[in-house]
Write a protein that binds this ligand. Structure first.
Ligand SMILES: Nc1ncnc2c1ncn2[C@@H]1O[C@H](COP(=O)(O)OP(=O)(O)OP(=O)(O)O)[C@@H](O)[C@H]1O
Length: 631
């Protein structure tokens, strides 16, 4: 490389590093304010309107870290939701304004410049810290930003959050320990910063952490807010004095009303001025929360009066007047367009999700490993129970039973997919709320990542059971058997996906999936033949029962071309099925099919089509649910 080319490359590098650092810096948002925020719900008991928030005002400037505090039930979460423009509370009516630079901005614009870190970390346990932040960058940043710049940004964030020594450590799964709770919180915040938010909301970022870890998390937040001029609002429960002092401002709520909103450094003087000085050697955060906490008071009327007087004192305070004036000062700076925070496109996001799921799939034994082992165990059990069945009429029923058991249990055991899917679903709901990607990318990547594993399971299961049970010994029949199992698993997993997005709760999803499988087994044509199944179950369920097509397909596979010996002790010959080959003391498999009401025509193409249709239909329904019910 010539010296001039080298120096151009170096200056490009310096330039891109500079851009990477600069992109984090907020220059567009000069203020974030909320005016007269009031939230009302209908009280379940009295059926009267109930105020959750009552005319709450506030303002945050660049570089400021704001603590949102108050006793339990004071409205912190509700306010944080309103500020982050999420659903405040179920069936709530929200009034008031949330302003960026003095203006109301569209929800799309708001999502672009803000991010919300939820209380529970939506991290994927099997990824390393570096991978987690790197995937967050790939999901957040446009493909137009060069890879080197993205890597630089990831590296900077890892350093800024003091995570360099843990960069290659996994987050942690139930079976493999990873980083500490405080480090997890830092990774969560760091990941959210990859989308370059200017305003960051955090719901109790220190929950579950001891005071040292809480201090550490808030210190990093303060540093990043200062360095990049970010506006940070975090709800927090009783911080230690040192942690409390890291915040620049405090908004203290009680029963949905403002008790104090101003600099943390003025807390002592303000409460002294209204007659409640913070005693020496006392944690001020603890003192002021106790001051307005009436939950454990024995004299409800007097404590309500006391709280009312503190609320009134705030309204009458000079600080409240200053705040009102600040809210009236409009700031007319435009947010402008930011190429660097444009999101990547659909294909790029789906590929990133696939890549992330792929790592999880082979690294996290709970994702697929356990299921592969479980299906292998089931295959060995089945193959050794139905061991080397013979071409004899005594073995016809065991053959049919083996077919039913294999197809039904394959589907039934898809319940084991529920926990893994729910974990992905929870990650998705959080990432979607932050505007990273949508339902289509999520469902598509989940579907695609399952294909090789479901194929592997079907292949291993077929190899073990097909030969042990001695199903029809031809290569074509073997591959058809494998195909039916694969289609069975595809449909069964699609059902799990639909049920889990409808009822995203572990126990409920598990119960409903198990119930649905019980239903499919009952109406699938084995336990009660189609010929005598009553019309309700037949017409309402049996046609959409994917297991029934798998059962038919496997029955056809076994019986369409094989013949079975009638009673061995001849003469006289006794055939247990009505057989056209009775003269030869044989039963054609087609006689068995006839008894089950199968037509003589080869309908495999139709059954395959229906199975694929059911799979597609279930996935589409899940997509509709995500687009409508679970928005
Ligand atoms: N949909 C609703 N209907 C009726 N009351 C509600 C509803 N949602 C929330 N609340 C009530 O509103 C009040 C404020 O709730 P919120 O969750 O905002 O409090 P919080 O300060 O975050 O509490 P915590 O610190 O315990 O999380 C509580 O008393 C809660 O019971």
């Amino acid at each position: 490389m010539s010296s001039s080319t080298r120096s151009t490359a170096i200056s490009d590098d310096v330039e891109s590093n500079y851009k990477a650092l600069k992109a984090l810096k907020n220059t567009e948002v000069t203020s974030f304010a909320w005016k007269d925020v009031t939230v009302t719900v209908k009280d379940n008991e009295t059926k009267q309107p109930k105020l959750l928030l009552d005319g709450v005002d506030g303002v945050v400037r660049p570089g400021e870290l704001v603590a949102l505090m108050g006793p339990s039930g004071s409205g912190k979460t509700t306010l944080l939701n309103v500020l982050a423009r999420r659903t405040a509370a179920a069936n709530a009516k929200v009034d008031g304004d949330v302003l960026i630079n003095g203006k109301t901005v569209s929800l799309q614009e708001f999502r672009r410049i803000s991010s919300y870190v939820e209380q529970d970390d939506a991290l994927i346990g099997s990824l390393t810290v570096q991978e987690t932040i790197s995937f967050a960058a790939q999901l957040s940043l446009s493909r137009r930003i060069p890879k080197s710049q993205k890597q630089q940004r990831v590296s900077d964030i890892i350093d800024s959050f003091g995570l360099r020594n843990q960069a290659n450590t996994i987050i942690g799964t139930p079976v493999k320990k990873g980083i500490s709770g405080g480090q997890k919180r830092r990774v969560s915040v760091a990941s959210q910063l990859m989308s370059n938010p200017r305003v960051l909301f955090l719901d109790e970022p220190t929950s579950g952490l001891d005071s040292a870890a809480s201090f550490e998390v808030i210190s990093f937040l303060k540093k990043i807010a200062r360095e990049n001029n970010l506006l940070v609002i975090a709800s927090i429960h009783q911080p230690s004095t040192t942690t409390f002092n890291l915040f620049d401002k405090l908004l203290l709520l009680s029963s949905g009303k403002t008790i104090y909103h101003g600099p943390v450094s003025d807390v002592n003087s303000y409460f002294s001025s209204i007659g409640f000085p913070v005693p020496g050697y006392t944690n001020p955060a603890e003192f002021i929360i106790d001051l307005v906490n009436t939950d454990f008071s024995e004299d409800a009327a007097s404590s309500e009066k006391h709280k009312g007087s503190i609320t009134e004192a705030w309204k009458a305070s000079p600080m409240a007047t200053v705040l009102a004036n600040q809210l009236n000062e409009t700031d007319d700076m435009d947010l402008g367009a930011h190429e660097d925070i444009a999101r990547p496109g659909f294909f790029s996001q789906t590929l990133t999700l696939l890549n992330r799921l792929w790592i999880k799939s082979y690294r996290d034994v709970l994702a697929y490993g356990v299921r592969v082992a479980m299906y292998m165990g089931l295959a060995i059990m089945m193959g050794t129970v139905w061991l080397r069945l013979k071409e004899h009429q005594d073995y016809i029923q065991p053959f049919i039973n083996a077919i039913f058991f294999g197809s039904a249990f394959m589907s039934f055991m898809a319940v084991a997919y529920v926990p893994a899917f729910l974990e992905d679903f929870h990650t998705f709901t959080k990432e979607r709320s932050n505007g990273l990607y949508g339902a289509t990318s999520f469902l598509l990547s989940n579907f695609l990542i399952g294909l090789p594993y479901l194929f592997l399971i079907s292949t291993l299961f077929s190899v073990v059971t097909y030969f042990l049970a001695n199903f029809r010994p031809t290569a074509t029949a073997f591959f058809f058997y494998l195909m039916w199992l694969f289609l069975d698993l595809l449909a069964a997993e699609s059902l799990v996906v639909l049920i889990s997005v409808l009822l995203p709760n572990f126990v409920l999803s598990l119960a409903v999936t198990a119930f649905a499988n019980g239903l499919w087994m009952s109406v699938g044509g084995f336990l009660v033949s189609d010929k005598i199944l009553n019309v309700f179950w037949k017409y309402v369920f049996s046609y959409i029962d994917y297991q029934s097509y798998v059962f038919k397909g496997m029955m056809y596979n076994e019986f369409s071309e094989r013949t079975y010996q009638c009673s061995a002790a001849a003469p006289p010959c006794f055939c247990s099925y009505d057989s056209p080959l009775a003269d030869e003391c044989k039963i054609p498999g087609t006689a068995v099919l006839q008894q089950y009401g199968f037509s003589q025509r080869d309908k495999r193409g139709q059954w395959i089509g229906i199975l694929l249709g059911i799979t597609l239909g279930l996935r589409l329904l899940a997509w509709v649910v995500l687009k409508t019910v679970r928005r």
